[in-house]
Design a protein around this ligand. Structure first.
Ligand SMILES: [Zn+2]
Length: 199
């Protein structure tokens, strides 16, 4: 049977064996192990997207919503989504992570992103220090750019603790979105917005 080099398994239902991947671990343990390089990639690219003009224009589409709701988690420019996950997926590919493991984590992440941006008041107790839930992530969506440089973590907040961007809110949330509402509202216009001169 032929084998893919990246993600190491081409046979449905069979978990492949990457050279540096602990494929003998229980499936869920492998899934959460895979979450670490992928989530660090998302955090790093997210931070860079708040610093560099072109990346910010790509990312600003995600921030442009004037209210938070569960679909906002997937409101992203497709190129930006690829850039965010790309480095982490390359690392997992080099490690020989089975496709089923990566797919399992992406499924969990997709559900998490819906809850992360959901417009309802749920609490997870002390776990809010570990997980990027709505209770803390919505502070990342404050309207003033200077106020939005906190709680970048997609799933894990451990990166925010490590790099000093964790924020425990002690003030009212205020308005979400982007000051001046610069991003167009139509989907087609949003796709070309980052590439427009003067955007
Ligand atoms: Zn952001």
């Amino acid at each position: 049977m032929p084998r893919c080099w990246a993600f190491s398994c081409c046979v449905p239902g069979q978990v492949g064996r990457g050279l540096w991947w602990p494929s003998d671990w229980p499936y869920l343990a492998q899934v959460f192990l895979a979450s670490l390089p992928l989530d660090l990639s998302l955090y790093t690219m997210h931070r860079l997207s708040h610093r560099h003009g072109f990346l910010w224009r790509l990312h600003s589409i995600h921030h442009s919503s004037r209210r938070l709701y569960w679909l906002n988690g997937e409101r992203r420019h497709p190129l930006h989504a690829a850039l965010m996950a790309g480095p982490g997926l390359v690392v997992l590919g080099v490690l020989g992570t089975p496709a089923e493991v990566v797919g399992g984590w992406i499924t969990i992440l997709a559900a998490h992103l819906a809850f992360q941006h959901a417009n309802f008041d749920y609490r997870v107790g002390p776990l809010c220090y570990l997980l990027g839930v709505a209770e803390l992530h919505r502070w990342h969506h404050r309207e003033r750019f200077e106020d939005a440089q906190v709680n970048f973590g997609e799933f894990w907040l451990v990166w925010d603790h490590c790099f000093g961007t964790f924020y425990q809110p002690c003030s009212p949330l205020g308005v979400v979105g982007i000051e001046g509402d610069p991003v167009p509202h139509g989907y087609g216009e949003q796709l070309v917005y980052p590439f427009r001169a003067g955007a």
